[in-house]
Ligand binder design. Structure first.
Ligand SMILES: [Zn+2]
Length: 141
């Protein structure tokens, strides 16, 4: 494959279960065994009750756009071929927020008008390499 962007460390002990699930095209997050709250980003203990027992639970794979920004200048050389691109803070129905890259026709959500705050998006998966799959989001039709 020819993906040239930055790649996550999929072997990191804290986040490896997330990347393994994403590889199977399943979006997951940690859910506290004691208080059932979801959390993102991954952490060793629950920020609500400090319990260290957690499970990785499948998510609906939908979200609403809480805010977004269009990048027209590459902030890192690895993104030079990708500009413009849109990064959004997404609010998931499970009560967590995630940053995510939104796929639109031009990459520029302001120009193509395909994404606005409050719009619904759904997850999709980009198989970047033989080992790494990345999360992307697309506007709901
Ligand atoms: Zn908890």
């Amino acid at each position: 494959m020819t993906y040239s962007g930055l790649l996550p460390d999929v072997d990191n002990a804290l986040t490896a279960p997330f990347w393994a699930a994403v590889r199977r095209e399943q979006l997951v997050a940690q859910q506290c065994v004691r208080c059932s709250s979801f959390r993102w980003s991954p952490s060793e203990v629950c920020p609500e009750c400090l319990c260290s027992e957690t499970q990785w639970t499948g998510l609906a794979g939908t979200a609403s756009v809480w805010s977004y920004a269009v990048y027209r200048r590459a902030m890192h050389p690895a993104f030079a071929e990708r500009v413009p691109y849109t990064v959004a803070m997404l609010e998931l129905p499970e009560g967590i927020r995630m940053l995510g890259m939104i796929q639109t026709s031009t990459g520029d959500a302001e120009q193509d008008g395909e994404v606005r705050i409050g719009d619904q998006v759904r997850v999709t998966f980009l198989h970047a390499t033989d080992e790494v799959t990345l999360v992307r989001w697309i506007p709901e039709a």
